[in-house]
Design a protein. Structure first.
Length: 215
């Protein structure tokens, strides 16, 4: 597929096989209160099972520089998606593989639009609904019209759209926002933190049908 697809909040090895080639498996790491959080040690085990044609992403909140380095060096992730402030003291190559998650207000909220950092600092940008207490799996949808304006104002940037996506609405989201990629967590679950392989396959199929012109 041309569209980058990230399945986030994975914790069951059996679901890793559903991650599409060219996509990513996302692991929520050490986020207290999240039903999808796992330890660094568990993440290390799961990263080794990610399909070779897919990336492994850590998803963290306000991490220390030490944790970021550990995720790259010891856990072996390809990218670290950061909610909240990016820590200081990281070298350029490490910073280049971070993905800031920027908050976009839900429809009608009037939340100010986020400032997009320069591409030379962060090649990929994640967009998610603002005001959520926990990352990944809130089910809240950011204002797609705002997201579309950000995408249009930054041509060539690799935006990954998250927040409230499902197999049923991902085609509409892609048509409205036109992001480089999409990120889904609660929309492919049968219970909080429990992924549904059938929904994972349906999500990928919906994207594939759109790209083939049959959506």
């Amino acid at each position: 597929m041309r569209t980058f697809v990230k399945f986030c909040g994975l914790s069951d090895p059996a679901t890793l096989a559903e991650v599409p080639d060219g996509g990513a498996a996302g692991f929520v790491i050490e986020v207290p209160g999240s039903p999808r959080t796992i330890s660094v040690e568990r993440a290390t085990e799961l990263v080794g099972l990610v399909p070779t044609e897919a990336e492994a992403w850590a998803v963290v909140v306000a991490p220390t520089a030490e944790l970021v380095r550990r995720l790259f060096d010891d856990v072996g992730v390809d990218r670290v998606q950061v909610y909240g402030p990016v820590p200081e003291g990281l070298d350029y190559l490490t910073m280049h593989h971070l993905v800031p998650s920027l908050p976009v207000g839900v429809p009608g909220s009037g939340t100010p639009e986020p400032v997009i950092p320069p591409a030379e600092s962060f090649p990929r940008i994640h967009l998610d609904a603002a005001g959520q207490p926990l990352p990944g799996g809130s089910g809240s949808r950011p204002d797609w019209e705002v997201c579309a304006r950000l995408v249009d104002a930054n041509p060539g940037r690799k935006f990954v759209l998250g927040g409230g996506l499902t197999p049923e609405n991902v085609v509409e989201a892609l048509g409205t926002v036109r992001p480089w990629g999409v990120d889904v967590s609660s929309g492919i679950e049968k219970a909080p933190g429990v992924k549904d392989p059938a929904k994972m396959r349906a999500f990928v199929e919906a994207v594939a049908q759109l790209e083939s012109g049959h959506a």
